[in-house]
Design a protein around this ligand. Structure first.
Ligand SMILES: C[C@@](CO)(OP(=O)(O)O)[C@H](O)COP(=O)(O)OP(=O)(O)OC[C@H]1O[C@@H](n2ccc(N)nc2=O)[C@H](O)[C@@H]1O
Ligand SMILES: Nc1ncnc2c1ncn2[C@@H]1O[C@H](COP(=O)(O)OP(=O)(O)O)[C@@H](O)[C@H]1O
Length: 324
């Protein structure tokens, strides 16, 4: 019996596994109601970018008495320095899945934090989801169990496990991947993300919306099929209901939206999630890259990133070491 099979690890892999904790972008976000526990019901079309955190996991079982090694690197690692390793969403995801399927914790988790923290693109949820995708693949955990654990970690985590263009309902846990033709259409697009590097707390934005007296929205009316211009036109008629309260809390968001909309080739601009990151869609990744260079030069204090919309979840691959 192979070492992998002996530990119940799926596949022949012997080394650490890695994937991308992909940035989540809400193309629209309607707040459609509120649950008794205070969580808001949402309707959203989400896509994921090839821009994200690098997440590496060594799924081999931890020897008795040892602790999982947690490595945190990257441009935004310092923003999580005061979060205890055990409280990091990547570590919490491993503990939650291991507990649920009664397995020892993995030996090592490495997180290269490239996405700004508390920025409306689900970075922490993406990290948790990446760990769930890596470990559940190695351990052979069925998808419904993974999705259930994801829902307990945060409202955004289940959609980040899917990591493909999807319509979202419930408080975020009802994830319906788009049919292939629509996912493929969106998947070819370029995008630019921009953040003024000021964090915005998600609960604060929901609270500010409630205080403004805003009423519940109906779900957006989006075509099931059709071409990209049709879909973008329908999305333009939809809104991000969290943008008005977010702009009140952080007025610079309006500048970010305006700067993105003015970029040559930008065909759709909006704030994502609870902000402050805003995005612009482009016909191609090359057009997005050229526009991002321009924006980064004009706004050197902002975080600006260019990439493409993913049609399917980022691949999982073996990696020789966490630092490679
Ligand atoms: C707003 C969204 C839209 O995709 O994105 P982000 O801005 O976080 O990226 C999400 O719903 C955020 O999901 P997530 O960040 O996982 O939220 P959680 O950690 O579960 O909840 C943080 C807090 O946000 C509020 N919350 C979150 C989700 C939701 N459907 N209703 C809420 O009211 C609650 O006050 C909750 O205590
Ligand atoms: N791996 C992680 N990455 C980002 N934030 C994390 C992580 N682990 C815990 N957190 C906490 O989760 C909160 C939400 O962060 P994040 O997911 O980046 O927000 P958003 O969904 O708005 O982009 C932060 O305040 C942070 O302290």
């Amino acid at each position: 019996m192979s070492r992998a099979a002996g530990y119940g690890l799926a596949g022949a892999g012997t080394g650490p596994l890695e994937t991308l904790g992909a940035a989540k972008i809400n193309l629209h976000l309607h707040v459609t109601g509120r649950r008794d526990d205070g969580y808001h019901l949402l309707d959203s079309l989400v896509v994921f970018a090839d821009i994200g955190d690098r997440v590496v996991v060594d799924p081999w079982p931890l020897p008795a008495g040892a602790e999982t090694v947690f490595r945190l690197t990257g441009r935004f690692a310092a923003d999580l320095a005061c979060t205890m390793p055990a409280d990091n969403l990547a570590m919490r995801a491993a503990a939650a899945l291991a507990g649920r399927v009664n397995r020892p914790l993995p030996r090592m988790i490495a997180l290269d934090k490239r996405l700004p923290v508390a920025s409306g693109i689900g970075g922490g949820s993406a990290d948790a989801a990446a760990v769930l995708r890596l470990l559940s693949g190695a351990w052979g955990v069925p998808r419904p169990v993974v999705m259930d654990v994801a829902g307990q970690l945060g409202a955004d985590v289940a959609m980040c496990v899917a990591a493909c263009p999807a319509r979202i309902a419930g408080v975020g846990e009802v994830v319906t991947p788009l049919g292939h033709p629509t996912a493929r259409l969106l998947g070819g697009m370029g995008l630019v993300l921009a953040n003024p590097l000021m964090p915005l707390s998600t609960p604060a934005v929901f609270k500010a919306r409630a205080a403004s007296g805003a009423v519940a929205s109906a779900p957006a009316s989006l075509p099931d099929a059709g071409d990209l211009p049709q879909l973008l036109a329908a999305l333009a008629d939809a809104t991000n209901d969290l943008a008005p309260p977010a702009r009140v809390l952080l007025p610079v968001i309006a500048d970010v939206e305006t700067a993105l909309a003015a970029l040559p080739g930008a065909c759709f601009t909006r704030m994502s999630g609870s902000g402050a990151t805003c995005f612009a869609l482009f016909a191609s990744p090359d057009a997005a890259k050229a526009a991002s260079v321009r924006l980064a030069a004009a706004r050197p204090s902002w975080w600006v990133a260019a990439g493409r919309v993913l049609a399917v979840a980022p691949e999982i691959r073996e990696t020789p070491s966490a630092s490679s």
